[in-house]
Ligand binder design. Structure first.
Ligand code: FAD
Length: 288
């Protein structure tokens, strides 16, 4: 439970952090909340020679509106998102998702950027940012690039982040039409991580039928994913019990579900169906 020796640096700016990372991308790790990285180091699953602490760069933690977007700095904590009045008002899915994470200590320390960059298959944020079709801004020695959330999560603990890159910002299009949001989760009783988590962003037509629905699922597969078969089955439909039940039956289509001591793959898919159905109904009920 004692990490291998490492050096520790606190850059004053993101540019300095990029420079430190660039000098040895393989031996260096970005440190944000440390809630995943430090346990991994204590177990010696990760043995970086240098930690670059970006949690102390104040300009990297923010939530703000800019034009049609909400911009979220990478080191914004789960609690800052959960408790933001702006977020509650314009994008409640983020408040719901943030509030569901771990306990208050975890939410005060853990960051949205760290969670997304880590791509733990049971993390909550990936489901929400997939459902909201977010864009991720990555910065590295060659400049900045933007990646869609749908292309960012590659596999178990693997993202599109390239060696030397840092996740700087998450951008979400402000929901404007008649939208409803919901996040339904079955938390693991020990850690609070999602055994299954389903995030729903629903748009309704004037006649109450489904204009479109985006569904992000976490906990079920090796990475979070969009339940596209469910989304297309519901587009244009009246969201009655029968239509929802028929659609959510497809929530594990194309997914090889995780199996562990706590939940078999079959049980996870069952939970995903039940909680997707609840989340769609809850989103419909809170359309604004
Ligand atoms: C007891 C406990 C309970 C928890 N419960 C939950 C839960 O219910 N749901 C949930 O989703 N999570 C849960 N977590 C995880 C936690 O909330 C953090 O989100 C998660 O640990 C990662 O965020 P972090 O800021 O701590 O990142 P760190 O641990 O600092 O970093 C994680 C990884 O991401 C990299 N990284 C960090 N920031 C960046 C960046 N900006 N750019 C590039 N790479 C970066 C690091 O190098 C490292 O590889 C729990 C953690 C603990 C300890």
């Amino acid at each position: 439970m004692i990490p291998a020796p490492f050096d520790y640096k606190v850059p004053a700016s993101l540019e300095e952090a990029v420079g430190l990372l660039a000098s040895d991308p393989d031996g260096t790790k970005i440190l944000a909340g440390g809630h995943s990285l430090i346990p991994a180091m204590k177990l010696r699953l990760a043995q970086p020679q240098l930690l670059v602490d970006i949690a102390r760069i104040k300009s990297l933690a923010y939530i703000r509106e800019e034009g049609a977007q909400i911009l979220i700095g990478a080191t914004t904590t789960h609690y800052q998102l959960e408790s933001s009045e702006l977020i509650k008002l314009i994008c409640p899915l983020l408040s719901l998702c943030g509030a569901s994470i771990g306990d208050v200590q975890v939410r005060n320390k853990g960051t949205i950027g760290g969670s997304v960059a880590h791509s733990d298959p049971a993390a909550d944020w990936p489901a929400a940012i997939l459902a909201l079709d977010a864009e991720l801004v990555l910065v590295g020695p060659n400049g900045e690039r933007t990646v869609k959330a749908a292309n960012f999560f590659v596999d178990l603990f693997t993202t599109d982040l390239q060696p030397g890159e840092i996740l700087r910002e998450i951008r979400i299009k402000k929901p404007t039409e008649r939208f409803g949001h919901a996040y339904q989760k079955v938390p693991h009783p020990a850690s609070g991580f999602a055994v299954v988590g389903v995030a729903v962003h629903l748009l309704l037509n004037d006649d109450g039928s489904c204009k479109s629905v985006s569904i992000g699922v976490t906990g079920v597969g090796s990475k979070a994913y969009r339940a596209q078969a469910v989304e297309s089955a519901l587009a244009g439909m009246n969201l009655d019990d029968q239509a929802i039940a028929a659609a959510v039956a497809h929530i594990c289509d194309g997914i090889d579900p995780n199996n562990d001591l706590y939940a078999s793959g079959e049980y996870r898919c069952h939970l995903a169906q039940v909680h997707a159905s609840r989340a769609i109904k809850a989103a419909k009920a809170n359309v604004q």
